[in-house]
Design a protein. Sequence first.
Length: 586
Amino acid sequence: MPRLSDTMTEGVIAAWHKNVGDTVKKGDLLAEIETDKATMELESYQEGVLLHRGAADGQKLQVNDLLAVIGKQGEDVSALVAQNTGGGGQTPAAEAQAAPAPQPATEPQTATPAPAAPQPSAAPVSSAAPIDISKMEEVVLMPRLSDTMTEGVIATWQKKVGDAVKKGEVLAEIETDKATMELESYKNGILLYQGAKEGEKIAVNDLLCIIGDAGLNIDAIVAAASGAPAPQQQTEATQPQAEQAAAPQASATPAQPQAVVNEGRIIASPLAKKLAEEKGIDLKYVKGSGDNGRIVKQDVDSFSPVQQQAATAQPQAQPLQQQPQTEVTQPAAQQQAALQTPEKAAEPKAAAAAQPAIGQVSFDEVPVTQMRKTIARRLAESKFTAPHFYLTMSIDMDRAVETRVKLNELSPVKISFNDMVLKAVAVSLKQHPKVNSSWLGDKIRINHHVNIGVAVAVDEGLLVPVVRFADAKSLSQIAVEVKEYAKKAKDKKLQPSDWEGSTFTISNLGMFGIDEFTAIINPPDACILAIGGISQVPVVKNGQVVPGNIMKVTLSCDHRVVDGASGAAFLQTLKSLLEEPLRMLV
C-alpha cells in the first residue's frame, strides 16, 4: 500500500479494477484507494498477472502492507503472502528478499559463482534483457501526490547524493499542480542518485531517485529509466585503455566548429544532463540519437568538448579584435586587467544588451507552472462544457458598513466585508439548496452542508481553500479561518484536504478597485459569485438623491443545474441579508 498523501497512514479499497488472474500492464488502473483526503486511482507500476489481492473492497490496509502480488501465470506466491499477512505488513526490502522463496532452484544455481557482496551492482549491468526499474527495491519513482497530478517539480532536495536516508525522513519538497508537499522516504539506505535538479520537472512514475547500499552500480538503472541501452560491462583495467586510446584521436583530429543543433527546449535524459554538466558540455551543440531527438548518455560520451570550445571561441574573440582605437591608449595595466577579468569587462555590454533599442522586438518566455496548467485545464473544461449564464444585482451596503464598525469594536479579530458576504452567502444557500448543488454527469447532487470555496490569488495563479460548514460558524470564526487559508496559500502550505469538497465558490476583486466582473464556475460546483468593490454613488432614497454605498455582485450559474428563477431568488435573499445584516446573525 503506497503513501498517497503526506499524512496518509492507511487506505481503504474503494474498488478493485482488476480481479485475480487478470493480466496487468504498467499504467493500468489497479484499484481506487480512499485516503484521509480523497479517493485516488492507483496505477500499476509492474506488468504480469494479478496473483493475490491483500484486501477486499471496503477493507483497510496500513501503508506498506501487502496490497497485491503481480507475477507470472501459475507462480506460487503462498509463501510470500504468508510472510506478509501478519497484520503489520512488510517493508519493500523484506518483500524483495521473500520473493525468490517459491523458486529456490532457478537463478541462484545458474549464476556464475561470485562473492555475495558484488552481486547487487553486477547483476543490473551485465543483464542483456530490458530492466524494469519499477520492480527494483532501490528505485523511488515520482508518486502521484494529488488526484490530478501528472508531473511534479522538485522545489528543494532535503537530502544530497551520498547522504544516509532513513525511513520517514523528508527526501524532497515536490511542487504539484496544487501545493508544495513533503515527500518522505519509504526506504533505508544511501541516496545514490537524483533524477532531477531543483526546479526541474519529473512525470509521475518516472525515476525520482535511487536509494541503496554504498557501491551499487546505478548506470544500468539510470539508462533503463532514460530509455537508453544498458552500458556494456567493462573491467577496471580496460577502462583506462579506452580513455587513453580516445585521447590521441581527439588531439590528432583538428576540432571543427559545430553548429547549434538544439534550439528552445532541449530534450535529454537525466543521466545525459548530469554527464553534460560534469563535462561542461552545452547540450545545444549535442545531436540526440533517441526518440524525437532525445539526447542520451551515448550522445554526451561521443561528443568532444573541444568542438564546443571551437564553436564558441570565434564569436568571443571578435569583440577583442574590434575594440575602438581609443582603448589602445589605455595603460597596459588596465588592458591586462581587462583581459584577466572578462566578466567585469562584459558587464557594460550585458547592461546595454538588457535594454532593447527602440523598435527592437523583445520578450521573455516563462515555463508554465503545474498550477497554471491545472487552472487552464479545469477552467477551459468548465467554460466549454457548462452552459454559463450570469445574473447581476446591486446591493445597498450602507447598513453593512455601519454594522461592520460596531462588530469590529467587539470582535477579537478584524472582520472584513468579504467575511460578511461569505456568512450571508452561507445563510442564503441553506434557503436555496438548488444553488448549493453539484453537477456529476448522470446525476445532480443537492448538498445539505455548506462548504464555501474562497478564491485566493497567489503569484503562480489561483487557489480555492474551503471554509467548511460556513453556515454554522460565527463571523469571527470565518475571519480567522479565511486569514489562515490566505497565508497558507501564499506560503504554498495548503494541503489537498484544504481545497477539496466545496459546494459553492466566491471570488472577490473589490479590494483591487473592480466594480463588477464575471467568474468561471469551479467544477463540480453549480455556481460562483463574483463580488465587486463598494462604491459611493448617488442613490434615490425617500425621493431624494443622496450618496450611497453600492456593491455589485454577479452570479455565474450552470444552466444544467440552476435555472434563472432559482438564481434570482438566491440573489434576492443575499441582498436582503446584506442590507439588514442583523438578520443573518439571528
